[in-house]
Design a protein around this ligand. Structure first.
Ligand code: TXA
Ligand code: MG
Length: 337
């Protein structure tokens, strides 16, 4: 028999998972680790528990939640149907950072779907949370575990900074490997083969990768084009924002950026050097590694209380950099010299 998987010291084990399940069964809220960011979990089929998550986050009622599942079987309990395209994507990318939007089953409370006809489902790739879902035995909502509009948490400590232990029991799972939220793809208009799949939120899995698996083109982006009263509001509002004023700048504008505020905290992936009183945080030059570090770096920058956070514009190549650029566009304004 293979040895049971070992949980690193810092990861929640069976005792914490049992306690989390008891809290969830009582309609409470548990923060869980995933490979993207930490989520704020509650019983997806309990309207009262879901309402508690909206209240804790200060999330507008019109912004629907992602439902986390152990896999295709559980996804079939919250989606009204499980088309061939969904099965193809789930088999290729689950567990993993891909959220699939489909028509919702009637079992899903209106609060989860923001009153809309669709539901978003994903199977997260983290042993702690897969164990939690397995032990709970049902789907869990899981918006990112941050107050609405702020930077998503990539460690358990980030979650504890903003939510009290009395409100939210936090399961440890170490730093998130992916670092930015999952790709959200809608299959709503694919039914009957009439329409195409559409990426509503870019992530580390790009449209091209999805289209290779589906065998037909996948559209990138406009949430506004998605039918129904509940598009992907995460795509429309200012989001993922640090507290300090933040700009994205071209490396050639560094001098002007530094001259524009008394104390600037620079985030650089190309090793730009700055002189006191300004300081800099170095980020990786490879897209996946950069994404994994980005939110923690924004928090570190914010904690230094600079007059301005200035983020060097990342390269414009490939799906992963495009997903990073999407998050930066929501966190910061372009620098205008
Ligand atoms: O990586 C992730 O997806 C993380 C981890 C915790 O799983 N979760 C996450 O959840 O980012 P949240 O609530 O912060 O973002 C969910 C996004 C929002 O942009 C929301 O509008 C969209 O998914 N969404 C949820 N349900 C939807 C639906 N039925 N149709 C379209 N978009 C939906
Ligand atoms: Mg979020």
């Amino acid at each position: 028999m293979p040895a049971a998987p070992q949980h690193p010291e810092s990861h929640a084990g069976p005792e914490e998972i049992a306690r989390a399940v008891a809290i969830l069964r009582a309609g409470g809220v548990v923060a869980f680790p995933t490979e993207t960011v930490y989520g704020l979990g509650a019983d997806a089929l309990n309207g009262g528990a879901v309402a508690r998550v909206f209240a804790l986050k200060g999330r507008p009622a019109g912004n629907p939640l992602i439902v986390h599942v152990t896999g295709e079987e559980m996804a079939g309990r919250v989606a009204a149907a499980w088309p061939h395209e969904a099965a193809k994507l789930a088999r290729a990318f689950w567990p993993g950072p891909l959220t699939i939007v489909l028509p919702a089953s009637r079992a899903v409370p209106k609060a989860v779907t923001a009153g809309g006809p669709t539901v978003a489902v994903r199977c997260p790739d983290h042993l702690v949370t897969l164990s939690l879902l397995e032990a709970f035995g049902g789907p869990l909502v899981g918006p990112s575990a941050n107050p609405s509009g702020r930077v998503s948490p990539t460690t358990a400590a980030h979650v504890r900074e903003v939510f009290s232990g009395a409100d939210v029991f936090v399961l440890e799972g170490g730093p998130c490997r992916g670092g930015i939220e999952s790709t959200v793809v809608s299959l709503v208009s694919v039914r009957g083969g009439a329409g195409s799949a559409r990426v509503l939120r870019p992530g580390l899995i790009g449209a091209e990768e999805l289209s290779i698996v589906l065998g037909h083109p996948v559209e990138e982006g406009s949430a506004a084009a998605e039918a129904g009263p509940a598009p992907s509001p995460g795509m429309q509002e200012v989001h993922y924002a640090p507290a300090a004023r933040a700009v994205v700048f071209e490396a050639g504008d560094l001098g002007r950026v530094l001259a524009s505020a008394p104390r600037v905290e620079v985030l650089t992936h190309s090793g730009l050097i700055v002189a006191a009183p300004h300081t800099a945080i170095g980020l990786p030059s490879e897209a996946n590694a950069y994404a994994a570090r980005l939110y923690a770096a924004l928090r570190e920058a914010d904690a230094l209380k600079p007059d301005l956070i200035a983020i060097e514009r990342p390269p414009a190549e490939g799906a992963q950099w495009a997903a990073v650029a999407d998050r930066l566009a929501r966190a910061a304004k372009p620098f205008r010299p």
